[in-house]
Design a protein around this ligand. Structure first.
Ligand SMILES: Nc1ncnc2c1ncn2[C@@H]1O[C@H](COP(=O)(O)OP(=O)(O)OP(=O)(O)O)[C@@H](O)[C@H]1O
Ligand SMILES: [Mg+2]
Length: 345
């Protein structure tokens, strides 16, 4: 049997089971999995997972090695281990090593959820398009009014697919760049003025007044990617216009915080505040997930893909910034972006 010193030095959880089916040794990693000291106990009482017990049995009764899976519940979530069992030639005991595969498993799950979501989002407008093509060939063939109406809808649905693909590409680009720090010097107040200007038709349509006010008292320069920062504040402002109160105000403010502890230096605080219905606290933690919408129907109706805030979060992360979402149901939401500023130099 390997010495305790060797077991302790291994970076993975390890257990040794003797020929009498009692646990003869464990390292701290294994103690962490089972949360008790198993040494001296019989495996059947210590490990209550039939598949793993069977694998131990198989190796004790002759097999050179075996593999099994172990699921344990930790802090309310399941952790999945690949367990490798090998017979030790010296005394025929079994050495079990545990590999935490939960991150892999979760990544795989996220990938397949993502593909399912994308397919669903694309299928909806596609189904509408196919339906209208059929109608235009058949019942509406000789009806110019219907044709015009259906072509309008088809144009809208094609536009939605286009936006979806553009947003997906943009999300994947932002993810690719995640580790590359941006290097441009961006005058953020200028960027925001431009956005307010560009969104004025959308604001006018909902009779919303967008106000921008900077308390910084100096040009607000951050190290960043100009296009990406434009995307961030465009989406936040557009959301505030779309989901805020019709006829209400959207207030964008900016100020400099001389010392932000997480940055160990100065930061720029930009808030986008609306007077809408607000967001129920139970949604707040999930808003930046891809395709997460509070009100699916309403967001789609407004042409949203549900990817905007996911892109925002990735961009803010790439800038080493922070995104904070606060909302008081009934009186509005406030999205705050905190960006590190170059030291006064
Ligand atoms: N200011 C806000 N007030 C209330 N709800 C909001 C606000 N901003 C976002 N939301 C909710 O969060 C969801 C996600 O926002 P996000 O920007 O990611 O997607 P979207 O606006 O629906 O689509 P896209 O931005 O891709 O056009 C929205 O569908 C909406 O339900
Ligand atoms: Mg949006």
């Amino acid at each position: 049997m390997p010495s305790n010193e060797v077991l302790q030095a291994l970076p993975v959880p390890v257990l040794v089971v003797g020929r009498d089916q009692r646990i003869t040794a464990q390292n701290d990693g294994a103690a962490g999995i089972f949360e008790i000291d198993l040494v001296g106990r019989h495996v059947a009482t210590a490990i209550r997972q039939p598949a793993l017990l069977e694998a131990i049995e198989a190796v004790l009764s002759g097999a050179a090695q075996a593999d099994a899976r172990l699921v344990v519940s930790k802090h309310g979530r399941e952790v999945l281990y690949d367990v490798h069992l090998a017979k030790l030639a010296s005394d025929h005991s079994v050495l079990l090593t545990f590999l935490d595969v939960s991150p892999h498993e979760e990544a795989g799950q996220m990938r397949s959820d993502f593909v399912a979501n994308v397919s669903h989002e694309l299928r909806t407008p596609l189904t509408a398009l196919s339906g209208f093509i059929e109608t235009l060939r058949g019942p509406a063939r000789n009806d110019p009014d219907a044709r015009a109406r259906f072509l309008d809808i088809m144009e809208r649905e094609a536009g939605r697919m286009n936006r979806l693909v553009t947003d997906l590409l943009s999300l994947s680009r932002v993810e690719d760049m995640g580790r590359m720090r941006p290097t441009d010097l961006v005058e953020l107040d200028q960027v925001i003025l431009m956005i307010v200007n560009a969104l004025s038709p959308a604001a006018k349509e909902r009779n919303v007044e967008v106000r921008f006010h900077s308390d910084a008292g100096q040009p607000t320069i951050v190290v960043g990617d100009r296009d990406q920062l434009t995307q961030v504040f465009t989406n936040l402002t557009e959301n505030a216009i779309k989901y805020g109160r019709k006829g209400g105000t959207v207030q964008i403010t900016m100020k400099i915080e001389p010392m932000v502890p997480v940055f160990k230096g100065p930061g720029l605080v930009v808030t986008v505040q609306d007077e809408g219905e607000g967001i129920d606290p139970k949604h707040l933690g999930r808003l930046t997930e891809r395709f997460y919408r509070v009100d699916n129907h309403r967001s789609r109706e407004l042409g949203g893909t549900g990817l905007g805030l996911a892109i925002v979060k990735h961009i803010v992360n790439r800038h080493r910034g922070r995104l904070r979402i606060e909302s008081t149901p009934g009186s509005g939401s406030c999205f705050t972006v905190l960006l590190p500023m170059p030291d006064s130099a």
